[in-house]
Design a protein around this ligand. Sequence first.
Ligand code: ADP
Ligand code: MG
Length: 240
Amino acid sequence: MSLLEVHGITKSFGSLMAVNGVDLALEQGEILGIIGPNGAGKSTLFNVIAGLERPTAGSVSYRGRSIAGLSPDAVCRLGIAKTFQIPQLFPRLTVAENVLVAALYGRGAGLHDARREAEEWLAFVGLGEKAQMPAETLSVPERRRADLARVLATGAPLILLDENMAGLNRTEVEAAVVLLREVRTRGRSLVVTEHIMRAILGLADRVVVLNYGEKIAEGRPADVMRDSAVIKAYLGESYA
Ligand code: ADP
Ligand code: MG
């Protein structure tokens, strides 16, 4: 049994098929990349898995248990936590309090343990110095790291990161890749979306490519990058 199994997930908004019949599976300890141009359906697929959107059709199971249709908080307590493409922090709370909330409600930790968890994960993502600042004072890359600390603090074994490396320069991407590999070393499994392929090459074991809601390729990152359907989706017909 895979850790996560997605079968035939379809999500339509009116006549638009944002996600169309997507299958995927994730093994324990794996880092799976989901790439695709803007509008390909990456965030919608994540929202369905995390319980933020109800699928039009298809099934999602986690450790063999069906989770489609569960609320986001129920999905989180079962073990799946997601960051947002635009980080959703409580702006007036401190950075530490934002992470504390995740440890308290996501994991159900007592206050003492939750404080320790929050402190540990903030240090892990390199935001220890900013712990007592209001979240609204953080830069966009810092917000993404705070969002990462939040999902880690929930204790969820499966982490979904929605373009968590967007807007980072090359050096910052390299640092983020090292950090995410360390997250895996600490026993978490990861599904990571990016629209920039470069970011995911050094990170993912396997990549799924979406285009207009459909899976058009799947495989090792280096192979997928050479796939003509993928090149066409990204660069247009003339390049393929
Ligand atoms: P990606 O994350 O790959 O950029 P999205 O999942 O955000 O793609 O969007 C896929 C498609 O679904 C886009 O055409 C987008 O405009 C549309 N879409 C996403 N969310 C909604 C929504 N709540 N209502 C209507 N259309 C939506
Ligand atoms: Mg998106």
